[in-house]
Every structure is written in structure tokens, then in C-alpha cells.
Design a protein. Sequence first.
Length: 628
Amino acid sequence: MSIEIFFYYSANPEDEKLRKELTKQLNLIKDKRVINYYYSRDISAGTDKKKIEERLKSANMVVVLISPDLWDLEKAQNDPSEEDYQQLQQQIIEKHTQDAVPVIPVLLRPCEWYLGDFKNFQPLPKGKDASDDWRFVTTSGNLDQVLAEVAKGIIEAVQEISGLNEDKKLPKKIPGTQEKPQDESLNKRIKRRFKSIDWYGVRNVVTSSMSISFLVILVRFLGVIEPSELWLFDNMMRFKPPEDPDKNILIIQVTPEDIRKQGSEQRQGSLTDATLFKILNTLLNNSQNIRPKVIGLDIHRDFETNKDTGLSKLLIDNKNNNIFGVCYVGDKTQQNPDGIKPPPEFINQRLGFSDLLPDKDSIVRRHLLIMDKSLNSSFCRSKPDNVPITNAFSLELALHFLNQSENPLLNNERSLKIGNTLFNSIYADYRGGYSMSTDLNGYQILLNYRISCINGDTCSPENAAKKVSIADVSQPDFIERYKDFVKDKIVLIGVTDSTYEAPWTTPLYSKSHRQIPGVIIQAQMVSQIISAVSDKRPLLQVWSIWSEMSWIFAWSLIGGTFFQIYRRNQKLTALGIIIFFSLPLGCYVMFIFTMFWIPCIPPILSFSSTGIMVLFLKLRLANSQKSS
């Protein structure tokens, strides 16, 4: 009597190779029995559906080679012949039910096969001990040894159906027989799922994720990817929704036209003493008795004013004086490495440093509130008391405006509190996208630029507050026209002529956004402080360094798992594109709606690099199996 065995398996080349190896083992042990093998994939090459059905109908046994590709529904939807092929699964079940034909699942590669159509059949190879019912061919050690065991189980089943078994006794669990469905315990289900895990793949994913994450974090700390992270920060800042201008600030600009109109009158710097006196006198001694609460003079005057002039009387300190001046600490990387002294008439409480913190690419992204005393130069000290200036000009103006005459509360020098608002600094453990080489000394926060639109013009950080020129201030009706911007407000006076003071680059610098004067950035900084305290406008925050490292490692694990599980190009392409765009989009959403600057470039690198590494290890394993 001849026995016909019908092999049913997927089109995956790996499954085809294992089927050929199994056939070799069967040929070695089948003795003199006539066994004919029919392979579903060989028959279907000619797309002859009738031949397939005829061979299945005449078969005495069906061997199903189990792998994840056996249930490739996506391929079946795209290929009609594959759809017909997968319909054979139902025909195999029906043949077993109607004709009692044994169906033997052979577990080739790890998958949750017991959730499919062949879950009630006793599979091969069997478990190694009494506690295990089954195991997978490719994860059970020596491949030839495991396939020989599978072949032996198939031949035993052939002996049973041909009546040639010598002892005529059926084993308790005959391969190919259908077990009665029964309720499995939770432990049993957990054990099955545990056994179906590809532990070699898990090891590859975990070790690859750890090594790639370490490398990405290392190059991040070394500053290799800092430019790309700052570039993304700038682009997210550009796409911030516009805000209304800050109505608490008025900027008096010293324009090139204003400087020219002063003629040949003697002056030191951009303004003559007479012009500055006229501006201050208009603001402080007008007939309407409308006065600003704070006047910030963002003009360097390191020389003493003639004591016989009205300007000197305005500048000399008294308890009602609300005029604040600036000094410049200096930086070796800037144009004035030795700093600029403050106006001699001002005491410490009415002075602040005007230094900005440009990054290596000369873009101002940070706001320095308090400077370490050890870094303060001998130039930035008040003349009357020779006390070093440690507070920023913007901070002094904001504190006076908010009636916070005392120094703000510092907790462990890392939490500055003004009113009920905490200003959390960026430093060693909270540094955002900045590398370990970035100078984070002093008390620094990120500058959340206010981008405003005026009269339908292009939205710009230059529109953060109302601006007027000295020519406007000289008009008799200036106070009447601008009383809502003067009374109890902050008035900033500064030069916008680039020949006297070089403009600064902001994250919004582009073809449509030019560099902006320093007085505008000072206005941005003052606005950030008072808006955070008075209006609860959110401040830009960063995660801790440990949260960022966990975030990078998590995306590395996701990338490794993704490439370990998904193998088909179509799925890889579609899902890869989704993840590629979802990360930057998620970073943008966090930036806009929660004001958190989270790592984006490092997770993209860790995701893709780990995926490539896992894919390489998989291909290397497949090639080694083929060569063996």
C-alpha cells in the first residue's frame, strides 16, 4: 500500500529550505514503504487549482509546516493565487473531519500557532521533557537532529495508518490526531506564549538597543548632533502660533534717522546729553503727570554726565528714581572682551548686565538671569559701592515692575521663584539638546520668543511690543497719543542702528526674518518674565537627563522590535514612514502645547540604527543557516 503525504507550507524561501531538509530525513528512515510526497507549492506554480484539490483529496496524511508566513493575509489580498492557496487551510480541516486523515503540524519557526486553525492537533517536534508539549525546529539546537526527530514522528504516524506498527498499540498522543478542546489554565497559556518567543531575536533586540543607545547618548553629549537638535528647535520656534504684543512694554528706538537729526552737536555714543534729557524729561515731567513705572536705558554710558546739566540731576540716584542702566561683563568671544562700565550715577540696585548668550552658531536661544559672581569682571560694578552686578538688566526691570524689590528666592541655586512662579534653570542635569561642552554657568533659562503680527505685517519677534522713534517722542502730543503705553508701563530706550550696535540672530532668522537689535531681545526677555508671573504664560522646559536617556533607549527598543517582527518590505516601508514622521510631529506637539523641548533627533537615530543592526543580525543568521 502506498502512502501519499501532502505538504502544506508558505512561500517563504526559508520554509522551502526546511521542507527539503525534512524530506531528506524522511527518505532515510522510510524503509521499503512506498511513500509519495506532494508539495503544495510545486503544484501551485502552474496555478492549477484542480490539481491541488485532487492531490489533497487523495492524500492519506497532511503535514502542515507552521511559520508566521502561513497566515500572511496581506499577501493573500494582493495575490489572488495566494488567496486560493490559503483557502486550502479550511479544506484540510474538513478533510480531517470527514475522512479522519491525520494532520500533523510541524513547528518550524516561532509564532503563536495555537491561535490559528491547527491549534487542536498534536504538533511535532515534541517537548524535551514531560512539562513541555512541543517546541520549534529553528530554536531547538541542532537542526538535523530536530528534523530527524520530526521525520521519525511522521513515519510512526504512517505506520499507524498503514497497520504496520509492530506492537499494534497506539501512543497516547498520536501526531496528526486532533485533541479534544479543553480549557487551558492561565499558567498553561502563559507557558505557551513564553515558549513561542524567539529568544535569540529578543537577545539581539536588547543588546543592539543598549549598544546603539549608548553610542547615540555619547555622541549627543560630545556635541556631534547638537547642531541638528538646535536646528530643529529653531524650526519649531518658527512655527509657534503668533501672540498679541506685550502691552506692558514700550520701546523707544534710536534709529539712524534720529542720530542724523542730532547734527554736529557734541556727543559720546549714539545720543547727545540734550537728546537723552529731552526723552527722559518728557517721560517723567510731563503736564499730564503720566509716568512709566520703569525706564530701562539700554545704552552704554561709561562716562560721567556733566553735573551742571538737567540730565545729571535725573540720573543721580534718589529713592524715587525708576531709571535703570546697563553694564557689559564681557566675553572673550565677543567684540568687547573686557566689558563696559555702567553709568557712574547709578547704584547697584538700578543696574543690570546686558550680556546675551549666543550659542556656537551665534543664535540667542538662552536667557541669562543671574551671573556667577566669580565670572563677573571688574568693569561691571557700580561706582558708588563697587558691588559686582549679578542680575540681568531684564530681570531688574521685571522685578521692579512686579514690585519684587527683594532678590528672588533661590532654592539650591536651581529654582528661582518670582511671586508664585518657578523659573527652572537649565544646567548639568537639565540641559535639553545642549552638549556637555556648553557653558551653562549662572542661572539660565530658555528664551520663549513672543512672535506677534502688527497691521497684517509678517509676524516677527520684532513686534513683541509697541515701538516708537525719538522723532515720535519729540512731538508735543506724544504723551496724549501713547499714554496707554506709557502710564505705569516699562519703557525701554535702545539703539536700533546697526552701525552703533550689531544686531543679533534669533531662532527665527530666515529670508523673511532679519536679525534684530539688542533692545528688542531685552524686551523679549523682560516680557518673558513678567508674562510668566502675571499672565501665567508658559516657560520653555526640558526633561531631566535621565528621562531623555530613557526616551532614547525606548525608541531604540521600538526600532529593534519593529525590524525583528516585521519582515515584508511593504510593511516596513509604510510603518517606517509613519514612525519617521510621527517622531518629529510628536516633538512639535510637545513643544507647542506643553512647552517642553524633548529629544527628537537622537530617538530617530537610535530607532533607525538599532533596526538596521537587528536586520543585519537576522540576515547573517539566515545566511549561516543556509550555508550549514
